[in-house]
Design a binder for this molecule. Structure first.
Ligand code: MCA
Ligand code: AMP
Length: 516
């Protein structure tokens, strides 16, 4: 087979018969993954030499065919645009349209959600089939019947050679603009993001990691899946998080690594506490076999860290990252993991704290985190001005504020009140408000985050209804769920006569928060 030029695939060739992923109770080797992704790449190329950075959006639950599709897109020279499997039509449409995808790949169980969107845009729709190790099951729909295609495992398929500066992936992230924007990473960025974690956390081919996170965000895509496959390790994949299943894997399996958001650890703690003493003993012993457990994507409450240490014997390694930069700061693998802190810059990542003028602050003084290095993304997709504004002298401005205390960074929060973190997902209050304002009964609204032990923050909406209109919390939530991802739907809703405003008439979010 022609070499793509990318180390990820060359390394996979060397790992050949080792197990790469376990999904739906089946094991797939690196060879299976290479064969399936080559066949998918051929199918996507459809006779062309190179997709030349065409965007391929894909709606595939976390499993073997997700990975085969992602690799297939990369090997064909396309940009992979993973879609959120929990997302309703309008969110999927935004991603497909904004990325300007010319091909949409969907799992058969989800194809109805994107078929109309693809058709309206004239994009090709391809359907994956069951979790099988052969990519020839990727078929076109609706015109093509779902039959085995002619043998696509052609001898030595010609796949394009790819350079590291080629665009590889677009992930959507909510920000201070109203709709999520596409974060473009190159193959070189992804490689740098992976290599720094492989070095810092000593990944090896002996590792076995459990993946229960969504695969439209960095945490699942890079920190878990890509690091495992880069290392020749094994990744056991479940399509969604479920506390009982995870406890089962921790007890009965041979995992060495686990990574999740704080909400997942809170859920695991709750399940442990509900178990009987014998189960508690077994599960605690199961955890001790792992070599590392990591938390990130949102602040890990010290209480959760301490309770988890009591239960599992592990001091969670907390790290800090962002879609635009991958991971930047991490507590050490060896040495002190300090509760409430995110540690030091990762290898190859430069981090500085600056004041409003971009001047580096003295030690001990809070400043905005800025990051520089090969893992920092290329651009926001088709938003040159936003991209320009998010850098200062070559440093990416994260919008997060931190302070260095005794050599370790502590994240103090975001500089914008309109960015919330709920269950590890970043959401924009402005985006939610914009959608809520399109409801015919809503005159005005304000969305804020309320601190919450389990979720980090809960999305809360204060609504002013139009005169004579009525709307219950449940009506509002089910209406919103058709338009917004589940984690953006306000979990608390309050009807108010007026929103608190300052002398200039601007809604004061700090006062809105007090209402909840
Ligand atoms: C779900 N529910 C919520 C929320 N989400 N309620 C309040 N706030 C929320 N955010 C409700 C559901 O509607 C449901 O209510 C009930 O909670 C239980 O839902 P369930 O399905 O069990 O929840 P879940 O879908 O399992 O969600 C929990 C989760 C999930 C597994 C923690 O949020 C998750 O996978 N989070 C990870 C996100 C992630 O990977 N982020 C990384 C971004 P009802 O029962 O009434 O219907 S990348 C990143 O941040 C950077 C790069 C980094 O540093 O990693
Ligand atoms: P996202 O844009 O979804 O990639 O989320 C990135 C944001 O998550 C960062 O800008 C931080 O605000 C937050 N974040 C990630 N890890 C941590 C952490 N360990 N502690 C506090 N906040 C975090």
């Amino acid at each position: 087979m022609e070499s793509s030029g990318l180390p990820l695939f060359e390394r996979a060739e060397r790992h050949g018969d080792r197990v790469a992923t376990v999904a739906s109770g089946r094991a797939y080797s690196y060879r299976d993954l290479l064969d399936a992704s080559a066949a998918i790449a051929c199918r996507l190329l459809d006779g062309a030499d190179d997709l030349n950075e065409a965007r391929v959006a894909f709606l595939v639950p976390p499993a073997f065919d997700y990975v085969a599709t992602q690799w297939g897109i990369w090997r064909a020279g396309g940009i992979a645009v993973p879609l959120g499997v929990s997302h309703p039509g309008p969110e999927l449409e935004h991603a497909i349209v904004d990325a300007d995808a010319s091909v949409v790949v969907a799992h058969p169980s989800l194809s109805e959600r994107v078929a109309g969107i693809a058709e309206a845009r004239g994009a090709r729709l391809l359907i994956t089939q069951e979790d099988r190790p052969s990519g020839e099951e990727l078929v076109a729909r609706p015109s093509a019947p779902r039959l085995p295609l002619p043998n696509l495992k052609l001898p030595r398929p010609q796949l394009p050679r790819l350079s590291p500066d080629r665009r590889a992936m677009i992930l959507f992230t909510s920000g201070t603009t109203s709709r999520p924007k596409g974060v473009v990473s190159t193959h070189g960025n992804i490689q740098a993001q992976v290599e720094t974690l492989v070095a810092a956390w000593a990944w090896s081919q002996e590792d076995h990691v459990l993946l229960v996170l969504p695969l439209h965000h960095i945490h699942g895509v890079i920190n878990v899946l890509s690091c495992a496959l880069w290392s020749g390790a094994r990744c056991t994949i479940y399509p969604t998080f479920n506390a009982e299943t995870v406890w089962g894997e921790l007890v009965g399996g041979d995992l060495t690594l686990f990574m999740a958001v704080p909400t997942v650890y809170s859920r695991l703690i709750a399940a442990w506490e509900a178990a009987d003493p014998k189960q508690q003993r077994e599960t605690s012993e199961g955890c001790r076999r792992l070599r590392l457990m990591v938390s990130g994507s949102a602040a890990l409450p010290v209480r959760v860290l301490e309770r988890w240490r009591d239960i599992s014997g592990h001091t969670l390694l907390e790290r800090y990252g962002m879609t635009e930069i991958g991971m930047a700061l991490s507590n050490p693998l060896e040495g002190e993991r300090r509760p409430g802190h995110v540690g030091l810059p990762l290898p190859g990542v430069e981090v500085r704290l600056v004041d409003d003028e971009g001047v580096v602050v003295p030690r001990g003084i809070p400043g905005e985190i800025e990051v520089r290095g090969p893992s920092v993304f290329r651009e926001y997709w088709r938003r040159p001005e936003v991209t320009r504004d998010s850098f200062r002298d070559g440093w990416f401005r994260t919008g997060d504020v931190a302070v260095v205390e005794d050599g370790y960074h502590r994240v103090l929060g975001r500089s914008s009140v309109d960015i919330l973190k709920t269950g590890g997902y970043k959401v924009s209050a402005l985006e939610i408000e914009e959608v809520l304002r399109t409801h015919p009964a809503i005159e005005e609204c304000a969305v804020v985050g309320k601190e919450d032990e389990e979720w980090g923050e809960r999305v809360c909406g204060a609504l002013v209804l139009r005169p004579g209109a009525s709307l219950s919390r449940e009506e509002l939530r089910s209406w919103a769920a058709e338009r917004l991802a589940p984690y953006k739907v306000p979990s608390e809703v309050l009807m108010v006569v007026d929103l608190p405003r300052n002398a200039m008439g601007k809604v004061t979010k700090s006062e809105v928060k007090k209402l909840f």
